[in-house]
Write a protein that binds this ligand. Structure first.
Ligand code: PEP
Ligand code: MG
Length: 848
């Protein structure tokens, strides 16, 4: 019998101009992945119910909600693009999930100013997510009025027929799973996400087992393996489409391309075997030079004590909801900076786990019994993790770690526990998956002998901090290191990125002797480090320091720094919930300037965030490619108020010291001009001026160095980023860290070009990237014409000592020999040979 069509008007939830969905700059909407509909460029700021029905979804970030009519049509209203990253800021929900609403009833208010400033787009997307009920759809054109104009005119399939069908389960044909690792977390998350778009109850059936297809945990619990037949069973108004589409999705591998699946542990070659160099060595990226011996101390996350009984179920539910919202915000922030797709997908699984129906119903059951939110959470997550651990599929067993990880995040938030201070036994070798700058803040008092992290590379912030503290470090170390037992003796060579496990006693004593010799050499270097930096024949090269605050500036001066060549101002902005005020910033700059006095230069780099440097209160839009997106000066120009406040704060410190302001990540002359114009405007109100320079860390800036030099006072070459962008190698990539070496011939030639462009106009050039701290590189940089070296504080004496060993002519000879070489290996080879001729310690080999 042919179905009879009835109509339903979806009214405009906001006033404004209609934009076709295909024109929305986000493939999820433009390709109609969630369903068909239309978008509105809004002129009102209140979202009205587009249909009468029940609020079936209200996102924690309150930027999106859905209303379903009684006969199974669900309409999603999504405000803006990437507004999830605002974590609820700028939105006020006027209804709760589950509420019954009338057509035209206000559901949500948003602050257009916040969105205009911080979101990628203000467009409001209106999508019918239950497409199966829709025969055809006619979107309005032109302008629409909220609560009045029909935005979408739907012709529906006969509602009675659909309702009748709702009682009958629809069962798909069996699908043989193509996924090599079965339905593990990632495909499970894809299936659950798709299943949630249907109103019908959707289940996956394998043999006698049947699970909720909208729950990631339940799907993983099905433990379905490759080739096993799985059916989709759906009951509800859109059952037919749900069963057909999910069966197709399963047959296609649920978003997992061949070769992407994880290999079960039993059969996978152990990474340790692949990336260890034999003789019990575990490899990673050299991140901070130096040798160390010590016992392994693994940093793992601690357990939480929680009270079993809580307040009323409503109170506990409200606490839980807050924690879930915050956890989602944290995970979204991590996802924005995930450097590979797999990591981003894992974080998607974590987001899905936060609202997983299986976990939510376990938690709800415990809350109803009067348990506290924290207790319910701990039990539910631990129970589900334990279930996964009992499965016979090794890949699924490993996913228990994800469930535990999300549970731990929620528990920490519920317990209001700030991440505990990391207490490393004095002299231990700290091994961790990942360390945050706050983890490392206690190292001033109790310092480890060395640090090894599985994540990050030689220019990650962990590496920069370790170098600043003079702690040998290996980043991106093979995960085999995470399995080392606590207390086992190891030797770390931070210069080569090698950790040697259980070394023989004779070897350890050789290493200890070498460490003692280095310490003695450092003392000799330190005794002469207070003299100005000069080559053997008296040519002046200023040796300044890279610091983050006044305390480090004091240490730098005590170690012989002749100024601060790079104040990484973003560290004043990190680890805070709000931006520092102009006063706070000015006080920090004044404090550093006072340490240095009027003679020593202070180069304040303006905020350099984006890429690998997130800021909690400045949610940068999610980007496909954050290292090529909003970074450095681009962020400042995009947020002029914040930038101007920083410039005013720097100008306020100018009378106290010898202030220089430096713009990071400059790629074009336009950026320099725009930034200088703002500086000039802010400067009108004050009498003191500052010198203005730019970081040279983007190849385009190198090529137009001569052009930039006409309009700037100085350059400082950021070789960490310049190497990254010149070689197109992510500076945090553990596998590329060994090759992304600034002693690459292309980078050396770029340094030479920059110097040439600057000197043509009488401007000075510094190098503040990590290579300047390497004594081996010092004569090369000086020979290329660099006027200033800004280095990590512990490296100051060794850098000055290296300078004093070479005459200017020898430096120039070495540099011109090296720029003619063709490979990094050739360049490093020449440097190693020169070093051994001089008997100079290069820190490149553990004595064998
Ligand atoms: C650089 O890129 O070399 C640099 C000094 O800046 P940062 O490491 O802070 O990005
Ligand atoms: Mg940089």
């Amino acid at each position: 019998m042919p179905e009879r069509a009835v109509t339903l008007d979806v009214i405009a939830p906001v006033s404004g101009v209609v934009v076709p969905l295909a024109a929305v700059p986000d493939p999820v909407f433009a390709r109609k992945m969630m369903g068909d509909g239309a978008a509105i460029d809004p002129t009102s700021a209140e979202v009205l119910a587009p249909v009468a029905g029940t609020v079936t979804q209200l996102h924690e970030a309150q930027h999106a909600l859905a209303v379903a009519t009684g006969d199974g049509v669900e309409v999603l209203v999504h405000v803006g693009l990437d507004t999830v990253a605002l974590g609820g800021r700028g939105f006020t929900a006027l209804v709760r999930k589950g509420a019954r609403v009338e057509r035209g009833q206000p559901l949500l208010r948003f602050d257009p100013e916040i969105l205009a400033r911080e979101a990628r787009s203000l467009l409001v997307e209106v999508v019918v997510t239950s497409g199966a009920r829709v025969e055809s759809m006619e979107p309005a054109r032109g302008t629409v009025k909220a609560g009045e104009t029909a935005l979408l005119r739907l012709a529906l399939k006969d509602a009675a027929a659909a309702a009748a069908a709702a009682g009958e389960p629809v069962l798909s044909a069996p699908v043989a799973l193509p996924n090599p690792a079965g339905l593990h977390a990632r495909p499970a998350a894809v299936v659950a996400a798709r299943a949630k778009q249907f109103v019908s109850d959707v289940r996956l059936v394998r043999g006698p087992s049947e699970v909720n297809a909208k729950s990631v945990v339940a799907i993983m619990g099905l433990s379905a393996r490759r080739g096993e037949p799985v059916r989709v069973k759906a009951v509800g108004p859109d059952a037919e489409t749900a069963a057909a589409e999910l069966a197709k999705l399963l047959a296609e591998g649920a978003g997992e391309a061949p070769g992407e699946a994880p290999v079960p542990t039993e059969t996978a070659p152990r990474l340790a075997e692949v990336r260890t160099a034999g003789r019990g060595e575990i490899l990673g990226a050299p991140a901070s030079p130096g040798l160390a011996t010590g016992k392994v101390f693994q940093h793992r996350h601690g357990a939480f004590d929680v009270a079993e009984r809580g307040g009323s179920a409503e109170e506990e539910r409200a606490r839980l909801d807050r924690a879930v919202r915050e956890a989602a915000r944290q995970i979204e922030a991590l996802k924005q900076h995930a450097y590979d797709r797999q990591r981003a997908q894992i974080l998607d699984v974590h987001l899905a786990l936060l609202e997983d129906p299986g976990l939510v119903s376990s938690i709800d059951g415990l809350l109803a019994e009067g348990k506290s939110a924290a207790f319910a959470c701990r039990e539910a997550f631990a129970g589900h993790a334990a279930k996964l651990e009992r499965l016979d599929n090794p890949v699924l067993r490993e996913r228990a770690a994800d469930v535990r990880d999300v549970g731990r995040r929620l528990l920490a938030l519920l317990a209001g526990v700030e991440p505990a201070e990391l207490l490393v036994p004095e002299g231990a070798v700290l091994v961790a998956e990942e360390l945050t700058p706050s983890d490392m803040s206690g190292f001033d008092r109790r310092r480890p002998a060395a640090v090894c992290t599985a994540r990050g590379g030689s220019t990650s912030h962990v590496a920069i901090l370790a170098r600043g503290m003079g702690i040998p470090a290996i980043c991106g170390i093979d995960e085999a290191a995470l399995a080392l037992p606590d207390g086992i003796e190891v030797v770390v060579d931070g210069s080569r990125g090698v950790l040697r496990v259980s070394p023989e006693e004779g070897f350890v004593s050789q290493v200890r002797e070498r460490i003692a010799r280095q310490a003695a050499q450092r003392e000799v270097d330190a005794s002469t480090a207070l003299a100005p930096g000069r080559t053997r024949d008296g040519h002046r090269v200023e040796v300044a320091a890279n610091v983050r605050n006044a305390r480090e500036a004091r240490e730098a001066v005590a170690a012989g720094a002749e100024g601060v060549g790079l104040l990484r101002s973003e560290f004043l902005f990190e680890g805070r919930a709000t931006a520092p005020s102009e006063e706070e910033q000015a006080a920090s700059y004044v404090a550093v300037a006072e340490v240095l006095g009027k003679e020593r230069p202070l180069v304040v780099r303006t905020l350099d965030v984006g890429g690998d440097k997130p800021l909690p209160y400045l949610p940068l839009p999610r980007e496909e490619n954050p290292f090529l997106g909003m970074r450095g000066i681009r962020v400042s120009l995009e947020h002029p108020e914040m930038f101007r406040a920083q410039l005013r704060a720097i100008l306020r410190a100018a009378p106290v010291g010898n202030l220089h302001v430096m713009f990071p990540m400059v790629a074009t002359l336009d950026e320099v001009r725009a930034a200088k114009e703002m500086l000039a405007e802010e400067q009108e109100a004050v009498t003191h001026s500052v010198k203005v320079g730019a970081m040279i860390e983007v190849p385009s800036a190198v090529v137009i160095a001569e052009v930039l030099a006409r309009e700037l006072d100085f350059f400082s070459i950021g070789t960490n980023d310049l190497t990254q962008y010149a070689l197109a190698m992510d500076r945090n990539h553990p596998k590329l860290a060994g090759i992304a070496d600034a002693m690459n011939p292309a980078v050396l030639r770029m340094i030479a070009m920059t110097v040439e462009g600057a000197h043509e106009h009488g401007k000075w050039v510094g190098v503040c990237g990590g290579i300047a701290s390497d004594p081996v590189a010092v004569p090369v940089l000086v020979g290329l014409g660099v006027d200033e070296l800004s280095v990590d504080v512990p490296a100051i004496p060794a850098v000055k000592a290296a300078l004093a060993r070479w005459s200017m002519e020898e430096c120039a000879g070495l540099a011109s020999e090296l720029v003619r070489l063709r490979t990094t290996a050739e360049i490093r080879g020449v440097l190693a040979a020169r070093a051994s001729e001089e008997g100079e310690f290069q820190g490149r080999r553990i004595p064998a």
